[in-house]
Design a protein. Sequence first.
Length: 736
Amino acid sequence: MRGLVLALALAVAVAAGAAGAGSAGVREPARVSGATGSVVPSLDPSGTAELWSKLVERSPRKARATADCRPLRAVFYAATDWLRLATNLAENASPCAEYYISVPSIVGDRTRLRPNQAWRIRALGPNFHAMAEIHFATWNRWVRSTGSSWYVAGTTARARMADAGYDVDSGDTWALNEVNSGVRKGTAVRANIREFLRGLYEGDGTRPTRGAALIIGVGQRTSDVSVYQSNLQNWFVDAEFWADMATYVSDWAQEVYGDVRSYAVPGVPASNRRDYLNDYLQHGAVLAGAGPTTIDTARSYLQDAFSPLANAAWERPSGYGWTMVPAEQMAAYVSAQVNALRYFSATRGQLRDHWGFAWAPRNTTGMPAAEFTAQTDFVVRRLAAAIHDSDGTVDTAEPGGGACGPPGQNLWCVGDLDDAKPAESWRVFRSWALPTLAFAASAQTVPAGIPSAPMSLKLVTRSGRAVTTATPLVLTLGSSSASGAFATSPAGPWSSTLPLTIAPATGTSEGFYYQDTQAGSHVLTAIGVGATAGSLTVTVGSGAVVSLAVTPVSASVPGRTSQSFTAVGTDSFGNTVPVSATWSLDPPTLGTFAPKAGRETTFSAGRTPGSGTIVASVATPTGTVSATAGLEVVPAELRIRSIRYRGKKKAVFVRVLVADESGRPVSRASVAVVVRRASRPLFAARKTTGAAGGTAYRVQTRHGGCFTTTIKRVSAVGFRWDGRTPRNRFCRPGSR
């Protein structure tokens, strides 16, 4: 009879939406069970009532755990259907688990808590506890509209918990939902949350009670998580915040609502899928474990309180990850998450597991209500079984493997999606990422001795996105140039190094300037503890020309040869300045220039020896700057290039070619020769070469024999003969 009464009472309450009396008489609008977005205790009122009655009739006690049963503190966020979730978990409960089930606040005024629900969850056994949803955004509006404090908001919420039937002495508690992303970014938001949580914890002062904080997360398929990681790291540094959390919050429930498309990747082994899941599910704990000593307070707290809130919300295209798959595949995904969570806790040496799931069924595809109820029933029962079946050590190589099936039989953690891809981005949380110091300016070119344009430094992630710092970041500027200097004003004072600071909650330093007297490309560097050094290349250009030099400063140039000259400018700091000079020669008869203007020129000497001066001139705003070089045109070397013969009946013709060092013919050269026959002088003469550098001699003779020619003397303006006669000989038969 007692069971029938309980079942009837529960069925009436479930069907009516469990608004009922209490909580100042608030009644929630009726909703259709199983409809999209419905908020009801159960999508299957009669089935839930029957099962609940059956469980309660047994006078449930917490089952005795076996020696290898792994303790679990499980936190469940239920957007709807909370009573069906609780009864199914209770039907197949792990004897070493504590189950905490959230109950949604009243839709329409979410500062009002739903009455007559907590006792129904507690009735399922000593290891089942109700959590009153404290809706953060709604209480935020309450504070603004009433002008009250955040602390009073917390104590008021605790009073309404008591009015709604929550009993903290029996293990009920509260769940702050959802702590928004502002808490990661700013200390002002954190201060409000700390006060709110203090009020929730203290209540009226008679029964301080720790509760859960549900933290808004980031989608698993986010490709660039660098800013998110930076914000987490800054947050972890806030020791005062985390010390308060250790006092007020027992369950730090990070929303990690995964995406089936990041799990069901074809061809990826189950162990790899598990590791990819944990990269996302546990990224907060992993990052805290990799952090420096400055986050010891946060790390110490999160080691015990961190509670990933995994994804059992089906069917969801967004908001809870992506779970638009058949119920069988969703059940497999839930099982895989349980396996991953168990594995992480066990292999990290944690004394207990601490995690939970979001339960938010939604009939997105519009299937018939009965079918949707049956499908969600299948998923929730699989969730309960996965938790229970994985609580013992069935496979030491795969702690938690029972969630997937018996040892060696992966019956559940299976299933592929053709378009699935692993989420690689979450692996970066395995190490603490230092922000990079970046110069908030592009590469500059500045004249020597002139201050640069204003510059500053900013903090960026490894992908170049701007971030802030949680603590003061002291920086030091330096330059690769020994003459480089920095100042916070273009008027100075200037110093070879400059300390700067990036203030907390900002990502940019104060402005500064750079000045250098040494021309060239110099590298500016910024270093600071807690950041990766940054650099910027600054090109310092030379100043105005104040002096000029010509290289070489003197030259001796043989006639008909050339010599290059270069004009080199210098500024007041001794830097070389590129110039374009105008070239002139005194006297101009010594040769020619090509080009007549430019940094370099080539002087081509004539044949006339002599001394002169080369002049380079550069016009500047303050006047003309000039430089000179001495020039001496000296005789060039002349050579006898060849001696050739041609015989006639009554004469022998001798042709002599005269050339300079480059082999060019020399005209107007006087060449004296002696022609011998059989070593006896036969002919002597002097002749002048023509334009082709040659001259011919006619030696009258009727006799044969062998002839040789000796050059006795060669003279030509601007040349000197090298004194050599090339070997030559000509023989012909005798004649009459």
